[in-house]
Design a protein around this ligand. Structure first.
Ligand code: ADP
Ligand code: MG
Length: 385
């Protein structure tokens, strides 16, 4: 649904004209997996798929949101924000309103139609997109009829993360909201997950990031995630470091025999992966796409062999992709055990790659993939209509 259609939807639902459109993108992480909770580095880009809210301020302190995806409506009063039932989509909007007010922002109510093109639950972070889009809508609606809120960038991202952590109850890191807020067309965003320092880095021209959703369930993901976190903490403790971020490749190689074999393999992934992110940023600066692709490949192999969070579906996508001419590299992305894999491919070969996946992946796995060709896009924004 485009903005014109959403405007029509709003007029039909609320019997008046909308005043603003707010939007925020999903994201994909190019490299730097399982590094965030080790205080390390990540390199995501915002994708050209948004959650969009078309809205108009209200004269009272009520928020009414109609979902164009699900066809239902949610409403809540800003005076008393309560959580809806577990899993309700409105909890993301309620959570954002809650943390904004806690942070001292005087919010105004609004009516809105909300529509998302970020696939839900695929690992492209539709949750960060809905949080940042709602936050932008509150910004646009303004404070009690006065000027729009002064709220953007890293501060906005941290508030959105708090909404997901504290209100929705999902213990996510900062990457998703950060890139959804701060992304820029044609750029990836290098983030230091400890200091939250960040830097936009131009993406190479002429290449497409093809995202493949494996359509495989992520049933093992939660327990494995907690186990990996504990193993990383154990490794850091043994090496006397605050986090694995503080262990260089050289130090690790000198001291790895102090770690039990399994713990050493987990640590090896994280420590080398952090270095790969730094190398990947250098490769982007040097416009060295081939190097960037090799680092993606190494990242996947490490996640598969050392960190052991890949799956036969993710491996199948990666193997198929690597066999297609014009592909620089391919890897799983996200926590693993399902979700998405990505490939970096020459624009001219993106169609052939999509074709190869559509043909070979079901044959190898018995599942139907979903394929999204993505370009690096702008972070959250709003404008008047
Ligand atoms: P993801 O990997 O996509 O972030 P999550 O489980 O973290 O998966 O978040 C998905 C949830 O976010 C959905 O179940 C829904 O509650 C909310 N959500 C995402 N997109 C939309 C949308 N377009 N409209 C309403 N809610 C949405
Ligand atoms: Mg999410």
């Amino acid at each position: 649904m485009n903005v014109t259609e959403l405007v029509a939807h709003f007029e039909q639902a609320f019997g008046r004209q909308p005043a603003f459109v707010a939007r925020a993108p999903g994201r994909v992480n190019l490299i730097g997996e399982h590094t965030d909770y080790n205080d390390g580095f990540v390199l995501p880009m915002a994708i050209d798929r948004d959650v969009t809210i078309v809205g108009a301020p209200r004269d009272d302190r009520v928020v009414r949101l109609r979902s164009a995806n699900f066809g239902d409506e949610a409403g809540f009063a800003l005076e008393r924000i309560e959580k809806a039932h577990d899993g309700a989509w409105s909890n993301y909007a309620r959570g954002v309103a809650h943390v904004l007010q806690q942070a001292g922002f005087a919010l105004r109510g609004f009516d809105g139609v909300i529509y998302g093109e970020v696939p839900i639950g695929s690992g492209l972070s539709s949750s960060a997109a809905i949080e940042m889009a709602t936050l932008m809508a509150f910004t646009a609606a303004g404070a009690d009829g006065s000027a729009p809120l002064a709220l953007a960038g890293a501060q906005a991202a941290r508030l959105a993360q708090r909404a997901e952590n504290e209100f929705v109850g999902v213990n996510c890191g900062i990457m998703d909201q950060f890139i959804s807020s701060l992304g820029k067309a044609g750029h990836a965003l290098f983030i230091d997950c400890r200091s939250l320092a960040y830097e936009l880095t131009p993406m190479p021209r002429g290449v497409t990031v093809l995202v493949v959703d494996t359509s495989a369930p992520r049933s093992l993901a939660a327990s494995a995630y907690n186990e990996r976190r504990a193993q990383c903490e154990q490794a850091a403790r043994t090496l006397g470091a605050p986090a694995l971020r503080d262990v260089s490749v050289e130090t690790f190689e000198q001291r790895r025999s102090e770690l039990p074999d399994l713990i050493a393999r987990r640590a090896a992934h994280v420590i080398y992966e952090n270095q790969r992110v730094l190398d990947a940023v250098a490769a982007l600066r040097a416009n060295d796409v081939a190097m960037f692709g090799r680092l993606m490949n190494q990242s996947h192999d490490s996640l598969r062999d050392w960190y052991e969070v890949s799956s036969k579906e993710l491996d199948a996508v990666v193997e198929i992709a690597r066999g297609v001419p014009g592909v620089y590299g391919a890897r799983m992305t996200g926590a693993g055990f399902g979700g998405c894999a990505i490939a970096l491919v020459d624009d001219a070969q993106a169609g052939a790659l999509a074709q190869a996946i559509a043909c070979d992946y079901p044959r190898r796995t018995g599942r139907e993939p979903k394929v999204y060709a993505c370009v690096a896009s702008d972070g959250a924004s709003w404008s008047t209509l």
